[in-house]
Design a protein around this ligand. Sequence first.
Ligand SMILES: Cc1cc2nc3c(=O)[nH]c(=O)nc-3n(C[C@H](O)[C@H](O)[C@H](O)COP(=O)(O)O)c2cc1C
Length: 169
Amino acid sequence: MTILYPTNQDLDPARLRQAFGTFPTGVVAVAAEVDGELVGLAASSFTSVSLDPPLVSINLARTSRTWPDLRRAERLGLTVLADHHGPLCRQLAGPVEGRFTDVDVTVTERGAVLVDDGLARLETTIHREVKAGDHVLVLLELHAVDQSDGSALVFHRSGFGRVSALLPS
Ligand SMILES: Cc1cc2nc3c(=O)[nH]c(=O)nc-3n(C[C@H](O)[C@H](O)[C@H](O)COP(=O)(O)O)c2cc1C
């Protein structure tokens, strides 16, 4: 007989969000030019996945109104945000009309949109989409990468911080 681990905890979304928020992450801007417009959003679910082939992933809510447009782009740009990008991150998660107002970006030949002063810029295509509950797990294949010096924006417990010191190894 299989014994499932019983729980009397109510795993409601607020409780889950709090628990997930204890895990610090960076944040990426995911953006592209679609039908002549810049479209994009902020995502803290970015993870590196594989070196060969080079893959990364993001995890997006199935309620996203931007993903159906973004996924039509020939290439998607991912930019790892730097520690001064807290306001930009909120802007990229806010009202759609203002997401790129006063943001310096480069649009690549194939329509990936990259934030100029980000820490790393990745040009990608969709490798696979996997339904995962109320989200879709998107595996992205890398085609071009560059990175610069600087400190990353850190998202932790719904707030922004920076990496202040690395522990001695
Ligand atoms: C710090 C931060 C991290 C976020 N990470 C994600 C994420 O990983 N996945 C996601 O679907 N939305 C994430 N969002 C929300 C999106 O940026 C965006 O607000 C949401 O997709 C709603 O907009 P849309 O309907 O245009 O997609 C994040 C927002 C913030 C502020």
